[in-house]
Design a protein around this ligand. Structure first.
Ligand SMILES: [Zn+2]
Length: 101
C-alpha cells in the first residue's frame, strides 16, 4: 500500500481503494465555472419569467384603455360596447390597444 493510501485509510477509516473509487478528480476552476454557470442560468431564467410577467401585466392594464381620436383623452371603458363614446367630446372610438397606437 502506498503512503497516500495509508494516509487516506487512517484519515477516513476506510480502505483506500474504496476512497479512490468514490473520488472524482475535478479542477477547482471547473467547479467554480460550473457553479457560476448554474447561478447565471438560474438568474437568467428568473429574469426572463419576471420580464414576461411584467409584459403581460402591462398589456392587461392597457386592455381597457382607449384614446379618443379627436381630443386625445385617454379613458377606461370595461363595457361590451363596440364603439365606446369619449366622456369629453362624445365621439365614438374604436377599441385599439394603446400599445398599437
Ligand atoms: Zn374625445
Amino acid at each position: 500500500m502506498s503512503d497516500v493510501g495509508r494516509q487516506l485509510t487512517r484519515r477516513f477509516n476506510t480502505p483506500s481503494f474504496v476512497i479512490r473509487l468514490r473520488m472524482i478528480r475535478v479542477h477547482l476552476t471547473f467547479i467554480v465555472i460550473f457553479y457560476v454557470t448554474i447561478f447565471l442560468a438560474a438568474v437568467a431564467v428568473f429574469w426572463a419569467l419576471e420580464a414576461r410577467r411584467r409584459h403581460r401585466a402591462g398589456r392587461r392594464a392597457l386592455q381597457f384603455q382607449i384614446r379618443c381620436a379627436i381630443c386625445g383623452l385617454e379613458f377606461e371603458d370595461r363595457s361590451d360596447v363596440p364603439l365606446p363614446s369619449c366622456p369629453r367630446c362624445g365621439r365614438p372610438n374604436e377599441r385599439v390597444g394603446l400599445d398599437r397606437l
